[in-house]
Every structure is written in structure tokens, then in C-alpha cells.
Design a protein around this ligand. Structure first.
Ligand code: BGC
Length: 464
């Protein structure tokens, strides 16, 4: 649906020329047929909570180009995808030229459509052989990761110069070694969690140096998941303390290692030498989804004495099979960008989105994210792009197909795609490089009054 053009006296949120409007994806969640990594083994062992199988996923190994066409029609100029290490190096030191050829074709297809690729080297999946040796806890893990990185960059470097080394090292290590929902499924292994994250920081640094050796002008960064933790009772000192402690344990290890080459006590006891990690990024990627309110509670010892809560009436996404996800919090983009600004590098929102099968909340979420991006730029923060998670419904790790993050709905059995209205809305924003009141009237009326209070037909925002 085309939106009416904004009238001259209407306010518009415009973005700088060249701002990136993209989508984020990952190999295991999109390609299908990945049977040589630890997530496939995890699925085979019955750990996907919905009981689903990844199967063909979005069938990108055969037909990614169909979705690249959709991204082009939507007016997107950027797409983040990841390489599947287990395809490229199926056995230690053995390289699969055909897999690399397929990635070359995908990168070419993106460039032909004027979509700039950002390539992630590690998005949660390990080749089985790497996992079996202890993954990032193995003594030669960093060397192995560096070697794979160099091989990938040698093969693909003429088609891409924008590299994200590692996706969400905090989620990978905390959910895999402390919570147990991701492989290897360890629970409460606090020291191992720190050691894994520290090893990933060293692997990132080694990859950063290797990429620059091969491609001096490359832009290399990583994607950090940052969850916002606020005190449940703003006047409670204990809530503040615990919220700060949880925040530092969850969000801060990696950014701090890159900023200072060190870890904070007590993490420093297990982290080992991080000096080589200092100053190893040309940009910082932030992935953000939720806010949790933290209530001091002596009964929550396993959660550092902080009980997670969500404010009554706060917007909530579709929920995971077990457990809960917090408040959907796109406004957090401003706070999170401010927080990583001391790294002194360009900032990209490398993931932000919502699980919402019926698209009841997503248009509001996109509108709020765009408002926050605009506010961040107005504050002088160097935000260069936004990658919505995600283009198409995809295999959501331990949740399987139970939660739907796509701008485009997918029936994994038939591979049939049905764009949600959010796809049209996001497309209008990308085409215009702006957000107008007319777009909100058409797609997200509940956000209109808040974003353009003076606009005619602004309606009071609903609670979700
Ligand atoms: C991950 C994605 C995931 C998304 C939605 C991020 O933590 O990087 O792979 O699908 O969140 O849960």
C-alpha cells in the first residue's frame, strides 16, 4: 500500500544520506540442511523446546536469492548474514570450495541488488569437530578460529569488507554454560562462562588482526547483545545495586575488554590475559530487544538476588516455550548507543525486532526504533544503520518455529511466504530514508501521537 506524501508543514524524521536500512539473518536459522554443527546434534538429542526441527529452515542454501529479491523490492540497502563454519571447514583443516562458491554467489547476488552485505563469521554455531574438542575452551580454539577467518576472508574478501567477527558472545556463553538452554547445556558453570567469553574475546581480537592483514581497509566489529536492566523500585538502593551488578555481569564483559584490555573483578579471576583485545574494533554492533526491571529478592540467589519483572501494561512479545522475555524496548536504542559511544567508533544496530506472529506489535516496535535512531543521531551519536531482526520467520534456536520474528511470514513446510504489513511499513521507511506522519497513520497509528504529537489525526497510544 502506498502512503500519501507528507504535507509540507508536517514534521518528518529524516535520516542522513547513506544510512543503512537492513535486515539481519544467520546461517543455521536460514540456510537449512546444516547437519554438521552442534545445534543439529542438540536438536537430534531432543533439546528443541517446541520439538521442532530446523529442516530446510528458509531454504537459503538453495534459494536465498528469492528473499534477496524481496529485500531489494523493499528498498533495503543492507543485509547481515553469517557464514556456516561447519560447511566451510567440515573437518579440521579441510576446506570445502563448493561451500565457499555458494557464499560467493550469495554475496554477488546481494551486491547486484545494491544491498551491502555485512558478514558474521560466528553466529552461535560450531562445527561438530570444534565442539567435540571443547569449543572455545580448547587450548587451540583461538588459532582454529583465526585460521578459519583468514580462509574465509581470502575467499570472499573481494565481495565483502564489512565483517562481524562474533555474534553475541554474552548470550552464547551465558545461555550455553550458565542457563543450559543452548549447547553444550551446562548449568551454573560460572567460571566456565567467564572463560568462554574471554576466549571469544581473544578469538575476536585474533580475527580482527587477521582480517586487517588481508584487507587493510576492512571494517571489523562484533555484535553485542545489550539487555536493559532498571531497578523495579526507583527509590530502592538495593534494587539499584542488584540491577547494576546484573547489568555488569550480563552486558559489560566484552565491551570492557575491547575498551580497556581487561576484565572487572571478580571476572578478572577467570578471564586470563585480555590485553590483546584492547582497541580491536572499527565499529560496534548492538543487538537489543528487551528491558527487565530488577527487584531485590533474597529467594533469587541463582539470579544474583535480583527477581526479573516487567512493568504492568508494558509491551510484550509472543513468549518462548518456557520462561519469559521482558518488555519489548526499542526506545533502549538511545541508551545503549550512549553506553557504547565511549568506544569512539561508528555504531550499527545489528539486531532489533520482536516475536509477533500476528503483527499486532511489530509496526509500533519499528516506529519506536526509528524514533530512537533519530533521537540518537540528534544527540550526536554516530549511528550508521539499523538491521531489523528479521527478514523472514526463521528457526529460533531452542524455541524452534514457536516464535516468529519475520517481516515476512513463512510456512516452513511449504516454504510459502506472506509479507506482513510490517514489511510494507519498513519498506516505506527505507525507500524514503525517513519516517512520516502519513506512514504512521497508515501502519502504526498507535505510535502517531507520541512521535508526531502535532500531526492531525494523532490518536492516544494504546497500551499493549
Ligand atoms: C540472536 C538471533 C535470535 C534473536 C531473536 C538474538 O539473540 O542473535 O539469532 O534469533 O536474538 O531471539
Amino acid at each position: 500500500m502506498a502512503t500519501e506524501p507528507a504535507t509540507r508543514d508536517e514534521q518528518i524524521l529524516t535520516f542522513p544520506p547513506g544510512f543503512l536500512w537492513g535486515v539481519a539473518t544467520s546461517s543455521h536459522q536460514y540456510e537449512g540442511g546444516n547437519t554438521n554443527n552442534q545445534w543439529y546434534a542438540w536438536e537430534q538429542a531432543g533439546h528443541i523446546k517446541s520439538g521442532d526441527t530446523c529442516g530446510l529452515a528458509c531454504d537459503w542454501w538453495n534459494a536465498a536469492e528469492r528473499d534477496f529479491d524481496a529485500a531489494q523490492r523493499m528498498g533495503l540497502n543492507a543485509l547481515r548474514l553469517s557464514l556456516e563454519w561447519s560447511r566451510i571447514e567440515p573437518r579440521p583443516g579441510e576446506w570445502d570450495a563448493r561451500a565457499l562458491e555458494r557464499y560467493r554467489a550469495m554475496l554477488r547476488a546481494l551486491r547486484d541488488r545494491n544491498i551491502a552485505p555485512m558478514v558474521t563469521l560466528h553466529h552461535f554455531t560450531n562445527p561438530l569437530w570444534f565442539e567435540e574438542r571443547g569449543a572455545f575452551l580448547a587450548s587451540d580454539a583461538i588459532e582454529r578460529f583465526e585460521r578459519y577467518t583468514a580462509h574465509a576472508v581470502e575467499a570472499l574478501g573481494d565481495l565483502c569488507d564489512f565483517w562481524c567477527t562474533i555474534n553475541e558472545p554474552n548470550i552464547y556463553s551465558i545461555v550455553g554454560y550458565q542457563i543450559g538452554d543452548f549447547p553444550p547445556g551446562r548449568k551454573g558453570a560460572v567460571a566456565a562462562t567467564v572463560r568462554v567469553q574471554a576466549a571469544m574475546a581473544r578469538a575476536h581480537a585474533a580475527a580482527y588482526t587477521a582480517i586487517h592483514r588481508l584487507q587493510p581497509a576492512a571494517r571489523v566489529g562484533w555484535a553485542q547483545n545489550i539487555n536493559t536492566f532498571d531497578p523495579a523500585r526507583p527509590n530502592s538502593r538495593l534494587d539499584w545495586r542488584i540491577a547494576t551488578l546484573i547489568d555488569s555481569a550480563f552486558n559489560d564483559f566484552f565491551p570492557r575488554a575491547v575498551r580497556t584490555g581487561s576484565a572487572r573483578f571478580p571476572f578478572s579471576l577467570a578471564a586470563g590475559d585480555l590485553r590483546a583485545v584492547k582497541d580491536t574494533c572499527d565499529f560496534v554492533g548492538i543487538n537489543l530487544y528487551y528491558r527487565d526491571l530488577i527487584h531485590f529478592d533474597l529467594r533469587s540467589a541463582t539470579q544474583l538476588f535480583g527477581r526479573r519483572e516487567v512493568a504492568p501494561g508494558a509491551p510484550r512479545s509472543d513468549q518462548p516455550v518456557t520462561g519469559t522475555w521482558g518488555e519489548v524496548y526499542p526506545a533502549g536504542i538511545v541508551r545503549v548507543a550512549e553506553r557504547v559511544a565511549p568506544l569512539g567508533k561508528p555504531i550499527y544496530v545489528t539486531e532489533n525486532g520482536v516475536a509477533d506472529a500476528t503483527d499486532r506489535l511489530r509496526p509500533w516496535q519499528i516506529a519506536q526504533a526509528v524514533k530512537a535512531l533519530h533521537a540518537a543521531l540528534a544527540r550526536g551519536l554516530d549511528v550508521r544503520g539499523y538491521y531489523h531482526w528479521s527478514l523472514v520467520d526463521n528457526f529460533e534456536w531452542a524455541e524452534g518455529w514457536a516464535t516468529r520474528f519475520g517481516l515476512i511470514a513463512l510456512d516452513p513446510a511449504t516454504q510459502e511466504r506472506t509479507p506482513r504489513r510490517s514489511a510494507e511499513f519498513y519498506s516505506a521507511i527505507a525507500h524514503a530514508n525517513a519516517l512520516t506522519p502519513a506512514m504512521l497513520r497508515a501502519y502504526a497509528p498507535t505510535a502517531l501521537a507520541e512521535i508526531f504529537p502535532d500531526s492531525p489525526a494523532a490518536v492516544a497510544p494504546e497500551t499493549h
